[in-house]
Design a protein around this ligand. Structure first.
Ligand code: HEM
Length: 506
């Protein structure tokens, strides 16, 4: 008798023919009773789930985070409790605007979504490879993303939509400048930094709070494609980043990042010259230096892409004891959005999928629903309070109260006064670039803005040019020259009233 495994139906019934359908005689039609044929076709028809509405194309791997420096004076989070402590992680990288089949080397920010499987539950840090973002209010997110997707009529990507939106939202300038530099086309996922991007908060075992930003510095070194190289790679190998990550892990060349944090004392937020919760700004390192915390290593390729990478669900809402949110409006908007998207994409019990499941403990009274596959609580009570089980609320997880005066409630009303300097930080960033990086950035912007067309072409170009000039005179001039614009007209753009300021002040 054969030692091999028997081929079976999904219900485990062995069957004899996997290739020939059951017919009425050798030349006759197919019999409807061929249940296996029906099962195979029906399952195939259901193979697709909605792709992520953003960040649809991605790559992922498991890894280990190891603490190398003591930060217990800032946070009581157990994963940071002692030097040498290790925590299992899962990291999913992604591009943002393209569909699941799009090319990895597109000019786009890259997602850097990291799940730490801690003993206090899963902590998800869902960031990008840039420390800032295009908008600072979640109300604008859907509109912004529409401009990165396809035109409703032509079904094509539209530089006109993109630059129209960016030029009307000058708060985008910082992120757009990074996107248009060669950092917009990283060589691979291994050769870029990752950022938590938002301001989060820490609290320690004395219940003292701090604000914190997370930075993951690549140990492989930053490496970017030039625009031409990125365009070439799209046709040569659209899955270049997936291949690079998968193969390096298979070879045992495990990619590593150093985790560093910036810490802002809680009370500084009230007086710091920038709104520290504005996602379009960085905290200059001179003010808040990087403090080393630990090392992240990716060391295990998932054995099945769909099971682990496609079904992974990250949520900025998932923070663990010792780590909390901040008043960053974008972060606040994201808290409810992700689990909502995942209930739609993966179903209400998506936390039971192995990549999302907390390996340590989940005790609650949530029951039933589509695909309740974890035993559904067995015979345990399904209500709280009850007299039968020993599940209790643990008061030691109570957070320190959030002092209201820290929120400056009289000032941070919608868009606070004095927050419309969208130009200083992008200008400083451009001035920091070496001549080669400046040249490439200008050429990339000229190439990208060259795609603007239609009846509003001149209006959009002038409005955007005005923002570039405001950031840095030589940047504006370089772009105007590259676009073959009349210099007098271009300079005039600088003194045009800026309608977008009105929009962001509302
Ligand atoms: C994915 C919404 C801002 C990084 C997603 C998804 C949604 C979403 C609905 C798909 C989730 C899923 O189906 O699993 C939003 C909203 C935002 C926002 C409403 C602003 C209000 C940001 C920002 C960052 C970011 C500021 C980075 C700093 C990511 C990443 C993913 C993602 C990395 C992919 C996660 C993965 O690999 O599964 N976002 N997003 N998003 N978002 Fe955002």
């Amino acid at each position: 008798m054969s030692e091999k495994k028997k081929l079976t139906s999904a219900s485990g019934i062995p069957y004899a023919s996997n290739e020939d359908s059951m017919t009425v005689g050798p030349r006759g039609p197919i019999l409807i009773q061929d249940f296996i044929l029906h099962e195979k076709m029906a399952h195939f028809n259901r193979e697709r789930i909605p792709e992520r509405v953003v960040h649809a194309k991605g790559s992922g791997a498991y890894g280990t985070f190891t603490v190398t420096h003591d930060i217990t004076k800032y946070t009581k989070a157990k994963l940071f409790s002692e030097i040498g402590k290790q925590t299992k992680t899962f990291l999913r990288f992604s591009t943002v605007g393209g569909e699941k089949g799009s090319a990895d080397s597109e000019r786009d920010p890259r997602g850097f979504a990291l799940k730490f499987y801690t003993e206090d539950g899963n902590w998800d840090l869902v960031g990008n490879n840039t420390p800032v973002f295009f908008v600072k209010d979640p109300k604008k997110f859907g509109d912004f993303i529409h401009t990165q997707k396809r035109d409703p009529q032509t079904n094509m990507k539209s530089p006109t939509m993109m630059w129209d939106f960016w030029s009307l939202n000058p708060e985008s300038l910082h992120q757009v400048l990074i996107l248009m530099s060669d950092r917009g086309t990283p060589f691979s996922y291994r050769h870029m930094d990752g950022f938590g991007s938002h301001t989060f908060s820490f609290y320690n075992d004395q219940n003292e709070r701090f604000y914190v930003k997370f930075h993951f510095k690549t140990k492989q070194g930053i490496q970017n494609f030039t625009n031409d190289e990125a365009v070439d790679m799209k046709s040569q190998d659209p899955d270049h980043s997936q291949r690079d990550l998968f193969e390096s892990i298979e070879k045992g060349e495990f990619p590593k990042w150093t985790l560093k944090v910036q810490i802002m004392p809680f009370d500084d937020a009230k007086t710091y010259h920038l709104n520290p919760f504005d996602l379009t700004k960085v905290w200059p390192h001179g003010d808040y230096p990087l403090i080393e915390v630990g090392e992240l290593e990716l060391n295990e390729n998932p054995d099945n892409y769909y099971a682990h990478v496609e079904q992974a669900a990250f949520a900025p809402a998932h923070v663990v004891d010792g780590i909390y949110y901040s008043p960053d409006k974008m972060l606040q908007g994201r808290i409810l959005s992700y689990p909502d998207a995942q209930r739609y994409r993966l179903g209400g019990n998506y936390e039971q999928i192995p990549v999302n499941r907390c390996p340590f403990m989940t005790n609650n009274y949530q029951r039933d629903g589509l695909m309740a596959v974890n035993g559904n609580g067995g015979s345990n009570p399904n209500y709280f309070p009850n007299s039968f089980d020993d599940i209790e609320v643990d008061e030691s997880y109570k957070q320190p109260a959030w002092p209201m005066e820290s929120l400056m409630a009289d000032q941070y009303d919608r868009n606070a006064e004095g927050e419309n300097d969208h130009y200083t930080q992008p200008g400083n960033l451009f001035r920091l670039m070496d001549p080669e990086a400046k040249k490439n950035t200008i050429a990339n912007i000229v190439g990208a803005m060259g795609g603007i067309n239609g009846v509003k072409k001149d209006e959009i170009i002038n409005r955007q040019l005005c923002h570039w000039f405001r950031a840095d005179m030589s940047l504006g001039l370089g772009i105007a020259k590259g676009l073959d614009l009349n210099l007098d007209q271009a300079m005039e753009g600088m003194v045009h009233p800026d309608p977008a300021h009105k929009a962001t002040n509302e």
